[in-house]
Design a protein around this ligand. Structure first.
Ligand code: GLY
Length: 354
């Protein structure tokens, strides 16, 4: 006998993304703010000044990608139980991508899922990670391999939090902005070539453009069945670099920058992109002092690590390759020999073809 279960999905997971000075957040219940000691020291008073709730608890975890793991999730969940949060409670993720990904994941697990709000404080999380509901952690097999799609109830992007951002982290965020432009918006890329993000209102314009791009992609393909995979441009290579360097040498966005350079070289060798355009991307990234090369010690090991990438099916690796600036191809038909040839150009110092 077979019985059917009919689920009438009427849930609307739409949410606002506010860009500008942090507005008042009112909540009729318990709120846990997940943050790290650095952000708490710099900005917690600003958030508390804009928060009205019945009870507010602060949960802090150490800063850094190396803490994005099960141990931290257990710690966060334990604190949520200690504070007796319930299904109607709210978690606010207040920090960079690590805090956002873990706060989102912990809130997807607690009591089988409670609401959360993203208040990103780094450029990278403001332009990418805080929007779209990807939450999760890393493990020894790779980056973001465990997690859930759990959309926030709202995202509050206040660029004034960036005034205390170290310059390396600024560059790491720019890498994700460049990613949005190369994959989906040629005009935006040209605008980025001509406007310095450290001047005037240019940063707010770039954040808005990047978030608009991301929002449209997520609306079309929330669960990454197709189009959204394009946002992993640079990440297929970048995740391997992050894992090889144990998340200690580079910031995530720095690995994405190197990964975009590698992806572009593969795109050039595959006849998808011309070398002048690959050079324009490299030049734009260089303006923000991003690392653009990485010495691959063992090409075969690097290649095998691609198979842990979530986008790759059992026997083929999925690459996100630009078909020129502003257009992208998601492909699993690049010959292994070509990939390894491109990787081998990175096995010398100052690697790469272009
Ligand atoms: N950061 C890529 C995505 O959200 O799909």
């Amino acid at each position: 006998m077979t019985l059917n279960i009919t689920l009438n999905r009427t849930i609307d997971d739409s949410y606002p993304i506010h860009i500008g000075p942090l507005s008042l957040i009112e909540f009729n219940g318990k709120v846990a703010i997940l943050t790290n000691p650095k952000i708490a020291g710099l900005h917690l008073q600003t958030l508390l000044g804009q928060l009205r709730a019945k009870e507010v608890y602060i949960i802090t975890i150490p800063d850094g990608e190396q803490y994005k793991n099960w141990e931290s999730i257990e710690f966060i969940l334990d604190r949520m139980f200690d504070h007796r949060l319930n299904r109607k409670s709210l978690l606010i993720a207040f920090g960079g991508g690590v805090i956002g990904d873990m706060g989102g994941f912990a809130s997807s697990l607690y009591n089988r899922g409670i609401d959360f709000i993203q208040i990103p404080t780094t450029l990278l999380s403001q332009v990418d990670a805080s929007v779209g509901g990807k939450t999760g952690i890393n493990n020894k097999y790779g980056k973001n391999l465990i997690g859930a799609f759990h959309q926030p109830r709202a995202v509050h992007i206040d660029p004034s939090f960036l005034s205390t951002l170290p310059s390396r982290e600024f560059g790491a965020g720019v890498a994700e902005i460049v990613k949005m432009a190369v994959t989906f918006n040629r005009d935006f890329f040209e605008w980025l070539e001509n406007n310095n993000l450290q001047h005037g209102d240019n940063l707010i314009t770039a954040i808005t453009k990047a978030v608009e791009t991301k929002a449209r992609v997520v609306e079309e393909d929330e669960k990454e069945q197709g189009l959204r995979a394009a946002l992993n441009y640079g990440h297929t290579f970048g995740h391997v670099i992050e894992n090889e360097t144990k998340y200690e040498t580079y910031l995530h966005g720095e690995c994405v920058a190197i990964g975009m350079v590698m992806a572009n070289e593969l795109a050039v060798v595959s006849g998808l992109m011309n070398s002048d355009e690959a050079m324009r991307v490299k030049n734009l990234l260089a303006k923000y002092d991003l690392p653009l090369s990485y010495t691959i010690v063992d090409v075969e090991k690097f290649y095998q690590a691609f198979f842990l990438d979530k986008k790759s099916a059992d026997s083929a690796i999925t690459f996100i390759l630009p078909r020129g600036i502003g257009d992208v191809e998601i492909t699993d038909s690049i010959e292994p020999a070509i990939v390894k040839k491109v990787l081998s150009t990175f096995s010398a110092i100052d690697g790469g073809l272009f």
